[in-house]
Design a protein around this ligand. Structure first.
Ligand code: BGC
Length: 782
């Protein structure tokens, strides 16, 4: 007899359950504070623009008038324009729109095109429901800002919000009221090309950035014609693709999902993000686009998300190759039942959803819920009142000066100075205007297109000021000797030779090397080697061999493993893909008109063999004290430790790292309480430290606060970022930086996957990066 149909077995099970519950409750329970609502991941959403009763009434009224086919139509989205994925198909959209079979279009190229389609929707379709136009506006629409990984490296949410607002203004002027951004996927693997689209490896920083984007895009009100609906993506686990290979499988325990991968989504939702996109990957055996645990249980039931959930490009249809759907009908059924409202491009809903509802395989209630999610956003955006875009507002000519300024400032703050060794009596940077000749070398020194980076919206190379142009403006063309030294992926002996000869004639060499933005960074651009492509490393070594001081400027969408360069080249700057103001921003930082202030948001590996590498790792039971290779494991005590025999454990540069042109002194961290109570609802303490600028140049410093909890029920990371502040210090100036800490900083996800403050030992560091400083300590008791 099968176990589940055995009456006696059921009784037995019930008795066992009651007994164990009695035993559990009889045991002394630790007093565990329930952390406040904001941290406990449930409850009403304070900022949602979608929870307006007036909107709900209008949604109800409209829904009542809709036929089954018109409902399904609202859930279909198509790409019309340059495709951003495979097999887009090319349907007759005007007729489909007229029949009410399309809810949203994206990838259109102008306000005019949007208006043409919109006229059909609101004038010719039976219910006159407006279309919602979307686009991947990832780091700007036309004003192209640094790539998101670089924007996060500013640690400056205010500038990110400004950039997102400008992107919203330009997008909305082109008829786009929905941007597929921000990408909030945590990424611990730089082989994954899409690491460039996110805020790096840390959930705290990722959450701060997610909120900044949502605020910028959605403004004070979604119905403002300059606001656009944000779309946090990709839900969830996409950044954990195995081996860093795009679209690959992810395995993430619920604990790690909640601690690392979910927080930025939750933060974006709390900030009011109107929509969310599912991801391509399979998560713990189930494709994320058909995953009721994440899409319904967490997103809707726990977090109360009232917004629109769209699939990723054809990810509904991809349930067939994933092997969990025999055909697109089953794919549609699984996706919609799991919680996907809108089907991007795969056409599965359009073809099958009406039949699925008629046959009862998908409930009428679920269908209505999905349609409501779409209509709610359209109402909130004011599309029913004003569906068209004033074509005269679309940005055509030169970019407004204020926008260019924001792009420049964002780029300046995003550069991370990785190395700056003395060349002679002083560090090589900043350069002085007394320098007589500068050799400007490298395939990216005068390259406009690549400065825009991948996913550059409607960015135009002609808006870019290259490094060469900006440098000529700064010091005069007569001081510059330029040699391209080949292309990114190829170079001839003659080109390399010419570069070496150019270098020999100069006082200082600026070498602009890196990746090709579109083919080597971004979506579908996973790399198995993280070196400089083509013959660029050979070019670097030959130029460095001239003995002239070299400043290496790395343009890339990820950290690159370049141990030789970090050992031999005196100055290295991670410049990422800086956007339209690449040249002016770099020149200002290189000459010290603006201090370098970016810090790494990803751990920079020494070698691919260390990946995945991230600072907020667990300690293991055998943590090595020292993995310096001048001290290789020799005896059995040192041998059986969690280390490599042929490489250090530490990264080339740790998370949070970035140099300035000054030297800073951090005091010991101080905390104002020695003991806290886990059961205290208002648990709080303040950590502080003073930071002093010891050098003779002004600095902008990103002061970071890290926490470690031990003695806890679950193993906690060796450090977790719990706060940061960007401060300016004049030469000799000292400032006390304080961080108030509440339940969120002291909480952890326990064995039942509940967020709790537990009795624990707490260490707190206020430090310039994730690897330095001496901790202050306190106890949390019951
Ligand atoms: C990407 C999404 C993007 C979508 C639409 C997909 O391939 O994964 O991030 O929003 O295409 O272009």
């Amino acid at each position: 007899m099968p176990w589940n149909s055995c009456q006696r077995c059921h009784k037995l099970l019930a008795i066992v359950a009651i007994l164990s519950a009695l035993v559990i409750f009889a045991l002394p329970q630790p007093a565990l504070a329930q952390v406040p609502e904001a941290a406990s991941r449930s409850g009403a959403l304070p900022h949602s623009p979608l929870t307006d009763p007036a909107i709900e009434k209008r949604v109800d009224a409209l829904l009542k008038q809709m036929t089954l086919e018109e409902k399904v139509g609202q859930l279909a989205q198509y790409s019309s324009g340059a495709p951003t994925g495979p097999s887009a198909g090319n349907a007759d959209y005007p007729s489909m729109i007229e029949r009410g079979e399309v809810g949203s279009l994206f990838n259109l190229d102008s306000a005019r095109a949007a208006n043409q389609y919109q006229h059909i929707a609101v004038e010719k379709s039976r219910l006159h429901i407006p279309l919602l136009f979307g686009l991947d506006v990832i780091h700007g629409f036309r004003t192209t800002f640094p790539v998101p990984l670089a924007l996060a490296s500013t640690w400056d949410p205010a500038i990110v919000e400004k950039a997102a607002r400008i992107a919203a203004q330009e997008s909305s002027a082109a008829g786009v009221r929905w941007v597929f951004s921000p990408m909030v996927d945590i990424a611990r693997d730089p082989r994954w090309g899409r690491i460039v689209e996110g805020a790096g490896e840390d959930p705290f920083l990722g959450s701060v950035m997610a909120r900044a984007y949502v605020r910028g895009y959605q403004g004070k009100s979604l119905s403002d014609k300059e606001s656009v609906a944000a779309c946090i993506k990709h839900f969830v686990g996409y950044g954990a693709a195995e081996g860093g290979r795009d679209y690959n499988t992810a395995e993430i325990s619920e604990h790690t999902l909640r601690e690392i991968y979910l927080p930025p989504f939750y933060a974006g939702i709390r900030e009011g993000s109107a929509s969310l996109m599912s991801s391509f990957n399979t998560l713990n055996g189930l494709p994320a686009t058909a995953n009721p645990f994440t899409l319904t249980q967490i997103l809707r039931n726990e977090w109360g998300f009232p917004g629109l959930v769209v699939s990723d490009w054809t990810s509904v249809g991809e349930l067939v190759p994933h092997g969990i759907a025999r055909d697109k009908a089953v794919a549609a059924q699984k996706a919609v039942t799991a919680g996907i409202d809108m089907d991007m491009v795969s056409d599965s809903y359009h073809q099958h959803l009406a039949d699925l509802v008629k046959s009862g395989k998908v409930s009428q209630t679920r269908l209505d819920e999905a349609v409501r999610d779409v209509l709610r956003v359209k109402f909130a955006l004011g599309l029913f009142e004003d569906p068209f875009t004033d074509e005269s507002h679309e940005i055509q000519g030169a970019l407004p000066k204020e926008r260019v300024e924001v792009a420049r400032l964002a780029a300046e703050r995003s550069f991370v100075l990785l190395k700056n060794s003395p060349a002679g009596s002083r560090p090589i940077l900043p350069l002085t205007s007394e320098v007589r000749t500068i050799a400007l070398i490298g395939p990216l020194a005068d390259d406009a297109r690549n400065m825009l980076g991948p996913w550059a919206g409607r960015g135009r190379p002609e808006d870019v000021v290259t490094l060469k142009t900006a440098l000529e403006q700064k010091v005069g063309a007569n001081k510059i000797r330029f040699a391209k030294g080949g292309e990114l992926q190829t170079a001839s002996d003659a080109e390399i030779q010419k570069a070496v000869e150019t270098a020999q004639k100069a006082d200082v060499i600026l070498l602009a090397l890196g990746e090709e933005a579109d083919t080597q960074s971004g979506e579908a651009a996973s790399r198995a080697y993280l070196n400089l492509p083509g013959r660029q490393e050979e070019l670097l070594e030959k130029v460095a061999a001239t003995g002239k001081p070299v400043v290496l400027l790395l343009f890339s969408g990820r950290p690159l493993t370049l141990p030789w360069a970090f050992e031999h080249v005196p100055a290295v700057v991670a410049a990422w893909f800086p956007g339209i103001q690449a040249g002016p921003a770099l020149v200002r930082v290189l000459f010290g008109d603006e201090p370098p202030s970016g810090k790494l948001v990803v751990s920079w590996p020494r070698t691919i063999g260390q990946i995945p590498i991230y600072y907020n790792a667990l300690n293991t039971g055998r943590p090595p004290e020292n993995t310096d290779l001048t001290h290789p494991p020799q005896n059995s005590v040192e041998k059986y430790l969690s280390r490599y025999i042929d490489e250090q454990n530490s990264p080339q540069f740790p998370f949070g790292f970035g140099l300035s042109y000054s030297s800073l002194e951090y005091s010991q961290t101080h905390v104002d309480s020695a003991k806290l109570h886990a059961s205290d609802k208002d648990i709080q303490a303040t950590a502080s430290a003073s930071v002093r600028n010891e050098g003779n140049r002004a600095v902008d410093e990103i002061v970071q606060l890290y926490v470690r909890l031990t003695g806890t029920s679950m193993e906690e990371p060796v450090r977790k970022l719990a706060g940061f502040k960007r401060i300016s210090l004049a030469p000799g100036e000292s400032r006390t930086v304080s961080f108030p800490l509440g339940a969120e900083a002291f909480s952890l996800w326990d064995m039942q996957n509940k967020l709790r403050v537990e009795p624990s030992h707490v260490q707190l560091w206020i430090s310039p990066d994730s690897s330095r400083g001496l901790p202050a300590e306190l106890e949390i008791v019951e």
